[in-house]
Ligand binder design. Structure first.
Ligand code: SAM
Length: 286
């Protein structure tokens, strides 16, 4: 592990993203980029990065978002991608096209010593729901923004509105015990589902005019690769991957069989389109 200075309360998440979580995302990077491309397009539309702007990509992961931000800001701009996950940052570094104005850093958004008032835009696709102390994390991030700078991120709405993640989990639960029940404010993919909570956190961190716009999408779990690809994806991402992580191959095979049965009715050509519910969140640094 690196000597990254981090919030001790983020230790579990840091271990997860440097362990199984990071491994799954690196293994699936190409397919995941395709599946989540519609979210990137919508979030970029709201963030509206302009040529010459300086951007932080928070929880940049394997870098799909960082690359696209860098293309938008161009040679006169700059994108700093930060993430706690060494393996995901390594993949991001490998896949960066040469010549883009990108810097990558292994850093915890909660504690990283950003240069003050340096950036025009804080951006994230699904990288901000894992903070143990979100008010502190967003206050730290806000200090990196110049006055008038913008925040734009995508996060998941409630589990029941996201069958693309929850239908596979139903299949897993035919064979494995349920995941420990998270409280509504515990870090995790759905921790920003409650709009009031998001407004409260951003307000406490000093942001002005928080706005949450619902985005309803159909995501192709198969990324155009047919039912086998959809089952492989379902086993490797989101809550299902956490639920089966320590299970032996025989149980994983049984889970795969159940997931296949649940997904088969949704197959359309080589795609498995399922509903996904997202908040597009924007706010400003006064
Ligand atoms: C669901 S992944 C999303 C990755 C990427 N943004 C994307 O859309 O492809 C969440 C990312 O947030 C990162 N992350 C979690 N906690 C973090 C923290 N405290 N500071 C920085 N990054 C963090 C994880 O390591 C992981 O890469």
């Amino acid at each position: 592990m690196s000597s990254m200075k981090a919030d001790e309360r983020n230790a579990d998440q840091i271990a997860f993203w440097n362990g199984p979580g990071g491994r799954h995302w690196v293994d699936r990077q190409q397919a995941q980029d395709v599946v989540l491309a519609p979210v990137l397009a919508a979030a970029l539309d709201r963030a509206a990065p302009r040529p010459g702007e300086r951007v932080v990509d928070v929880g940049c992961g394997c870098g799909a978002t960082t690359v696209e931000l860098a293309r938008r800001v161009g040679a006169a701009g700059r994108v700093l991608g930060i993430d706690v996950s060494a393996p995901m940052l390594a993949r991001a570094a490998e896949r960066l096209p040469p010549g883009l104005p990108v810097e990558l850093a292994q850093a915890d958004a909660t504690t990283h010593a950003f240069p003050a008032a340096e950036f025009d835009l804080l951006f994230s696709r699904f990288g901000v729901m894992f903070f143990a102390e979100p008010e502190r994390s967003f206050a730290n991030l806000r200090r990196a923004l110049r006055p008038g700078g913008r925040l734009a991120f995508a996060c998941w709405r409630a589990p029941r509105e996201n069958p693309w993640l929850m239908l596979p989990l139903q299949g897993a639960y035919e064979h494995v015990p349920p995941l420990p029940k998270l409280g509504p404010e515990d870090p995790g993919p759905f921790s920003f589902a409650d709009a009031e909570r998001v407004r409260r956190i951003l307000g406490a961190a000093g942001f002005a005019a928080p706005g949450l716009e619902p985005l309803d999408l159909t995501l192709d779990l198969a990324a155009g690769g047919g039912l086998d690809a959809a089952v492989a994806a379902a086993l490797d991402i989101g809550p299902t991957s956490r639920a089966i992580d320590d299970q032996p191959p025989s149980v994983r095979d049984a889970v795969a069989g159940s997931i296949r049965k649940l997904l088969a009715p949704h197959l359309r050509g080589a795609s498995v389109p399922l509903a996904a519910a997202i908040w597009l969140v924007t706010a400003a640094n006064p």
